[in-house]
Design a binder for this molecule. Structure first.
Ligand SMILES: NC(=O)c1ccc[n+]([C@@H]2O[C@H](COP(=O)([O-])OP(=O)(O)OC[C@H]3O[C@@H](n4cnc5c(N)ncnc54)[C@H](O)[C@@H]3O)[C@@H](O)[C@H]2O)c1
Ligand SMILES: [Zn+2]
Length: 395
């Protein structure tokens, strides 16, 4: 029998700025120093972790960070010289990197009132983000993403994670960052294929939330395919804005329910990445997943033929190869089951009821989906700009 019950309730408000700049560590750039300036005076103690892919591509970066701290010595004090962390998925696979972070925190006196800045791709942001969120029960984190995907998606949200026993993102927390600084000048040194892959997340969020953004992507597709900064940079800003709006206004920032609209196109993408032995980058697999769920949305009568045609044409014109051999090995039922487990509840898949209009469904007709997989696997764009859709598929 219940003897006593107290209903505890409180709310916590989160605020964090997402800043866009160029050459964040140029001595005269005030963005980072302004963010770090403690409101009550004194100096911010800062531990900087740098993705070694970035450090190798930009050999002057670590010196520039130290020079920046000297220039802004009234505001910032480096706890130790910038620390290079191995880049890519390896950062998330090995507990050793997280452990090395904890040891640095202890050794260099980084306390709960200090700051951690992490410069890198989504993987390093995730790993150091997880380590910072758990050391001292949370050290303030400034994310400085160095990839397109990091700047327009992974780096602006509230999640971090590392992999454990081969399970992707098994250990992780929901912790909003203290701030995000997107430095456009970091992007150019990354591989072209990585920059292109990040564009898929913009197509994704445009399709579920913003028809005008989709129209803009369509207009700018050739400049985007050429990775021209004048097209990439506004794309990153709008994509980040839409991800932030979904987290802020979607009613479920910490993903307690099952709907995950930002995972449009991802149920098959996760599986295709694995089936390809990670030959397919995340964004490349997402582009295929978007194409597949677009074909399926058309097939079940949710989406008009012309709209479906435009989506596939855009992805092809952006340079994505949609008919990957991994499609032939896609186990639809298995991938949907794995995705349901990833959602942690009932199956909830986002489809399209129009450009800019994502809708959630709780069942997938696996036969119809198998037809769409076959269509996509056999499909080859005849030439850029011409809607490259299998005859009869979209009528
Ligand atoms: N937390 C989230 O909400 C979230 C969302 C989406 C993706 N992610 C995670 O992001 C990761 C993928 O991130 P990614 O696509 O940014 O790739 P990545 O972090 O795997 O980096 C790819 C490679 O590029 C190198 N690199 C990064 N920036 C560079 C630069 N400017 N110059 C030269 N080399 C550079 C890295 O060292 C690495 O070798 C995955 O682990 C994924 O799970 C997290
Ligand atoms: Zn994604």
């Amino acid at each position: 029998m219940l003897e006593y019950r107290i209903d505890q309730q409180f709310e916590v408000r989160y605020d964090y700025p997402v800043c866009f700049t160029r050459d964040a560590f140029a001595p005269g750039n005030p963005v980072l120093a302004d963010l770090l300036r403690p409101p009550s005076g004194g100096r911010a103690r800062l531990l900087v972790a740098v993705d070694d892919g970035v450090a190798n591509a930009l050999p002057g970066l670590c010196d520039a960070i130290e020079a920046y701290a000297e220039t802004h010595a009234e505001t910032v004090e480096l706890a130790c010289p910038p620390w290079a962390v191995r880049g890519g998925e390896a950062a998330k696979n090995a507990g050793a990197d997280v452990d090395a972070f904890y040891r640095r925190v202890v050794r260099f006196g980084v306390c709960r009132h200090s700051y951690v800045a992490v410069i890198g791709g989504g993987a390093v942001l995730d790993a150091i983000g997880y380590a910072a969120a758990t050391a001292h029960r949370g050290i303030r984190l400034v994310r400085m993403p160095s990839t397109v995907l990091g700047q327009n998606d992974a780096g602006v949200g509230v999640k971090n994670a590392v992999n454990w026993m081969g399970r992707k993102n098994f250990l992780g927390t929901f912790v909003p960052p203290f701030a995000v600084v997107n430095d456009f000048a970091l992007l150019a040194s990354g591989p072209a294929a990585d920059r292109r892959a990040g564009i898929a997340e913009a197509v994704k969020v445009a399709l579920i939330r913003d028809a005008a953004f989709f129209a803009r992507l369509l207009r700018e597709r050739h400049a985007l395919a050429d990775l021209q900064p004048h097209a990439l940079e506004p794309m990153i800003v709008r994509c980040a804005e839409l991800h932030l709006a979904q987290i802020r206004c979607g009613g479920d920032p910490f993903e307690r329910g099952s709907a995950r609209p930002l995972d449009f196109g991802h149920w098959s993408a996760h599986s295709l990445e694995e089936l390809s032995g990670h030959r397919l980058r995340h964004g490349e697999a997402v582009a295929i997943g978007i194409a597949l769920d677009t074909l399926y949305s058309r097939r079940v009568g949710l989406l008009g033929a012309a709209d479906a045609q435009q989506v596939l044409a855009l992805l092809a014109d952006l340079g994505f190869v949609l008919s990957d051999p991994a499609l032939a090995r896609l186990d639809i039922a298995g991938a949907l089951a794995a995705f349901r487990e990833h959602l942690g509840g009932a199956l909830c898949i986002t489809l399209l009821a129009g450009i800019g209009r994502g809708v959630e469904v709780d069942t997938i007709d696996t036969q119809a989906m198998a037809d769409c997989v076959r269509m996509l696997a056999d499909w080859h764009p005849r030439r850029a700009g011409v809607a490259p859709v299998p005859a009869g598929a979209l009528s």
